[in-house]
Design a protein around this ligand. Structure first.
Ligand code: ADP
Ligand code: MG
Length: 259
């Protein structure tokens, strides 16, 4: 039994005058605790796939099974983190990070304490009473991570969560997120357009091609690299070779996409 099974997913968006097939024949078995990255040209269906896995979008065909059970958005088993942090500007950081718990009816003294502790672990001690606008972009993304983590989701979906940040902040956050997710043994699916980020953070990289989105290639990251924190992985000698390999394949797809 796979932890997460993506089973023959097809998805077509219909409008009055057209039909766009975003995904075709997507099959994937993911182990518990695995970190998977999806890369591919713009429009290849990455966001569509994450929405389907989250149970927010019903695929035209196929299903997603989490431990043999169909995923639904109502089950709250999925944590979704996006490029924008979506913190509520009129609520304090503490109110924001407790919101998920409140909505899931899981807010009590114990879970609140855990949330505050996580906030400290992630380096945001003392920000509890501040508002999002008083924090930097990187700090807000960390707060959004805490908000997602405290609801204890079984799967983490990250859709380009670092792409709006400056490079230095992004590198630091990659390490922090990677360590935190490893510590809590979370299964994670990351969408990124940064090949380096995919190599440094993942156990496996899935390359999708566009029109329609299909799995083009899978790269398994050697254990010597995947066990390292992302920052150190980026310095490892085999990182550069892998980068070239993935780059070449992605470039082929980008070119055929434009012709
Ligand atoms: P990616 O995240 O890889 O850039 P998306 O999943 O956003 O790709 O989109 C995949 C394809 O589906 C694209 O061709 C896009 O134009 C189309 N698409 C996405 N969302 C919708 C929608 N709500 N209605 C119609 N077409 C859509
Ligand atoms: Mg997208």
């Amino acid at each position: 039994m796979s932890f997460l099974l993506i089973n023959n997913i097809h998805h077509t968006y219909f409008s009055k005058s057209s039909a766009t097939t975003a995904l075709e024949n997507i099959n994937l078995a993911i182990n518990e605790g695995e970190f998977i990255s999806f890369i591919g040209p713009s429009g290849c269906g990455k966001t569509t796939l994450l929405s389907i896995i989250a149970g927010l979008l019903q695929p035209t065909k196929g299903d997603v099974l989490l431990k043999d059970t169909k995923v639904t958005a109502a089950a709250h088993t999925i944590g979704y983190m996006l490029q924008q942090d979506y913190l509520f500007p009129w609520r304090t950081i503490e109110e924001n990070i407790l919101l998920g718990l409140k909505l899931n009816h899981k807010l009590c003294e114990r879970t609140k304490e855990k949330a505050i502790q996580l906030l400290q672990e992630i380096g945001l001690e003392g920000t509890e009473k501040l508002y999002p606008r008083q924090l930097s972009g990187g700090m807000r993304q960390r707060a959004a991570l805490v908000r997602t983590l405290v609801t204890d989701p079984q799967i983490f979906l990250l859709d380009e969560p670092f792409s709006a940040l400056d490079f230095q902040t992004k590198l630091k956050l990659e390490d922090l997120v990677s360590n935190t997710l490893k510590e809590y043994k979370k299964t994670t699916l990351l969408v990124t357009h940064d090949i380096g980020e995919a190599i440094a953070m993942s156990d496996r990289i899935i390359l999708l091609n566009a029109n329609p989105g299909r799995i083009s290639e899978t790269f398994v990251i050697p254990n010597t690299l995947s066990k390292l924190p992302p920052f150190n992985a980026r310095q490892h000698p085999i990182y550069a070779d892998l980068f070239q390999k993935v780059w070449k394949e992605l470039d082929k797809l980008d070119i055929s996409n434009k012709i």
